[in-house]
Structure formats: structure tokens, C-alpha cells
Design a protein around this ligand. Structure first.
Ligand code: GUN
Length: 294
């Protein structure tokens, strides 16, 4: 069994990006600038956004954190989005999800200028991804593809079962795995809450991507020998014995499944760090594409 070490690979990618930033600086160019918008004070979202901002510092990017109160109206948020779209200093930005219930998430995501949409959530970017055109690929699916590629995991002709049809992970990774090109050419089954024979489907899978959010859902008797397992789950499970009061648990029963797997991602330290590295990569791409402006 080989551990797909997202922490290590994400550090390699950050080193590559930092080297690129050094070169930009030595040419007298402006460095990439990422902004992150967070509305409210959800603990997990604050942690994720904090990690994204710290990662910017690590590679030499500029970063701006816009933290708005829970009571922010949709109109106020749309005003900030318009300001970020117009700001020539900002190469790319993200609006951290989920947003408070009184704000229409889709409306906000559609207001983000596609050229600054480093999350790849705008319909124009999602559509370009599906059509294999140049775009921003969402950080989590992009990170999974990068991880498979860097470990040389064969996907061509393999049967991949993706569990979960979210717009952020399940749906886009199902498209990417089926496309021509690196870490593609798989035959993909997209399973979801209405799938009737999931354990049987999983047992037929050469590759399983689980993006369900149910701790330890995937058990040893649901996988075949030699399976490749990508665990996207990051559920906070309450645990009073820990200082933080919780621990992070994946969708996969790692102890049971890992002895049968050929490759498997740990949680934490698998897909999570890759997501941040690919957001940085998209921000660098945004800077390079906006090159004329700065
Ligand atoms: N919430 C959970 N994952 C993500 C992500 O990749 N980007 C944003 N903006 N919000 C998220």
C-alpha cells in the first residue's frame, strides 16, 4: 500500500510556486494577490480561510482577508464582489462557502468575474472545464487529479466510482476522470444518495473517490483488493478528550480499507492540503493571465 501524501506533494507544489514568485519579483513584476471573503464566523470556514491566507504568505503572494458579519445582506456582499472585480490589484478571490441562509449563494458566485474566479465555481468556468477549455478547475478536484498524476496512478481504462454529486467535488471530479488527458480516460460511475447498489458498485471499482461527508462510511467489505482510494471527507467529530474538542474524520475506515488498497489518501494530510496548493496554483495562473495589468 502506498500512501498518497498530499501534505508532501502540496509542499512540493508550494515550493514550485514560491520559486516562480521569486522570478516574478526579480523581473520587477507585481506578485500574485489573492483575496478571501468570509461571511459569519463558522469555525470550520474560519480555519480553512486562515490556512489559505497563511499559504499565501508561505509562497510570497499578497493576500487580503475580508471578514464580514453574519448579518451582512446579499446586496452588501454583492457590492464587495463588484469592488473586488474592479480592483486591479486583486488577481483572484474566493467567497468561502457556505454563506448564511439569507444570501443566495448561486447569485453571489455568478457575480464573481470569471477571470478572477480562482475557485472555478462560476458557470462559465465550470462549463469550460467540462468542455476541456482553458479555465480555473476547482481546487479540490484539481488537487485530486494532480495527486494521482504525481504518483503515476493509472486511471486509463479503469472503473472509477465517485460517491457524491456536489458541484464542488463529486460532479467535477467525475467529469475530469472521464476526460482525455492526464489522470483521465477512466470509466466513471457517479453514485449519490439515490444509488441503490452502492456497496456492490464499490466492490467493482478500481478507483473510489468518496466525497460524502459521512465518517468511516467506506468499509473493508465494500472494496476490492488493490483499489485506489481518495478520501475527500473532512467531518469534525466531537471528542472531549482532545484539546480542540473534535477530531477530523474522513469518509473511509482507514484501518480496515488501507490493507486492501494499492494507494490511499490519509485524512488529514491527503486531499485537504492539495486543495490549498491548487488554489495557489490558480491564483498564479490568474496573475499570469492578467499579466498586462500590473
Ligand atoms: N467551502 C468548502 N470548500 C470550499 C472551496 O473549495 N472554496 C470555497 N470558496 N468555499 C468552500
Amino acid at each position: 500500500m502506498t500512501l498518497l501524501d498530499g501534505k508532501k506533494i502540496s509542499n512540493d507544489i508550494k515550493d514550485e510556486i514560491a520559486a516562480e514568485v521569486q522570478q516574478m519579483k526579480s523581473r520587477g513584476e507585481r506578485v500574485p494577490h489573492l483575496a478571501a471573503v468570509i461571511v459569519g464566523s463558522d469555525g470550520a470556514s474560519l480555519t480553512y480561510v486562515g490556512s489559505k491566507v497563511r499559504a499565501c504568505e508561505r509562497v510570497g503572494f499578497e493576500s487580503t482577508l475580508k471578514q464580514l458579519p453574519e448579518s451582512t445582506s446579499e446586496a452588501e456582499l454583492l457590492e464587495l464582489v463588484a469592488a473586488l472585480n474592479a480592483d486591479p490589484e486583486i488577481d483572484g478571490y474566493i467567497v468561502q462557502l457556505p454563506l448564511p441562509k439569507h444570501i443566495d449563494e448561486q447569485k453571489v458566485l455568478m457575480a464573481v468575474h470569471p477571470d478572477k474566479d480562482v475557485d472555478g465555481f462560476h458557470p462559465a468556468n465550470f462549463g469550460k472545464m467540462a468542455l476541456e477549455l482553458e479555465t480555473f478547475i476547482s481546487a479540490t478536484p484539481f488537487g485530486i487529479i494532480e495527486l494521482l498524476q504525481r504518483y503515476g496512478v493509472e486511471t486509463s481504462g479503469k472503473h472509477a466510482v465517485v460517491i457524491g454529486r456536489s458541484h464542488i467535488v463529486g460532479r467535477p471530479i467525475s467529469i475530469l476522470l472521464s476526460q482525455k488527458g492526464p489522470a483521465g480516460n477512466a470509466t466513471v460511475t457517479l453514485a449519490h444518495s439515490r444509488t441503490s447498489n452502492l456497496p456492490e458498485l464499490c466492490r467493482q471499482a478500481d478507483i473510489i473517490v468518496s466525497a460524502l461527508g459521512v465518517p468511516k462510511f467506506l468499509k473493508a467489505d465494500m472494496v476490492k483488493e488493490g483499489v485506489v482510494v481518495i478520501d475527500v471527507g473532512i467531518t469534525r467529530v466531537p471528542d472531549p478528550s482532545r484539546e480542540r474538542g473534535y477530531y477530523i474524520c474522513g469518509d473511509v475506515d482507514f484501518e480496515g480499507v488501507s490493507p486492501k488498497a494499492s494507494y490511499i489518501t490519509p485524512v488529514p494530510g491527503g486531499v485537504g492540503p492539495m486543495t490549498i496548493a491548487m488554489l495557489l496554483k490558480n491564483t498564479l495562473l490568474a496573475r499570469q493571465r492578467h499579466g498586462g495589468r500590473g
